[in-house]
Design a protein around this ligand. Sequence first.
Ligand SMILES: [Zn+2]
Length: 243
Amino acid sequence: MPKPVYIAAALVAAAAFAGCASTPPPPIRAADPVQPAERRMPLQPDPQMTAGADRDLALAYIDATLDVIGSPAFAANLAGIGEDLGPIWLSPFGGTLSSEQVAAAYLGHVAAHRAVDSRLRWGSDWEAVANWTPDPGYVSIEIGRRHGERWASGNVVARSCAVNTLAHELAHTIPQAQGSFRYLFTDGKRWWATLRKRSLASYTIGAVAQCTYLDQHGARTDDSFPACVRRWGRNRFLSGACG
Ligand SMILES: [Zn+2]
């Protein structure tokens, strides 16, 4: 009886299309004001990275980035960026949330969207990717060595760019729902968001982290915080000035 199989396949295809085109954003409640994260995101160097310079660099880079993300300034900056940018897109084609809702989810205040375990390992060149599969059950964040060099350089602007990259990748560790292996903030076909001048959550989060880091080091040169976020990119990373 092949017919039921065809029907099932058609339903799956229709559901997949609907999921791609018009999934409504999740109902996220955000406190007013959005509070800083209560705990650090569960990011560690990959255990296969043995003791030594690579692991030390990864630890320092992770620590500094999580310090920024955990700061009261970051929570306020991310929650408040919507005043300038308006709604924040979950994906280039998906729905939108307010910046307060994005901040609440990213900072772990919504049980259904708490960051899953992730591990950082060094990749090649300028690679930056978050691989998420049910097996092995954690997100493998692969960051190209050039980003690590930016951190190791000690230059404040270069370091702020490295913070942007890792804070962005951590956006891809927030699940669509508890136990789901899809993530809430995606940026495949990012060019569409750039074309439509949409503020994309993953890039906006990265830029807010970068500008918060610059602020914390007295190195923000833009007149306003939103101007800084726009300069570094809200739907792509404008990294030309990273050094
Ligand atoms: Zn991304």
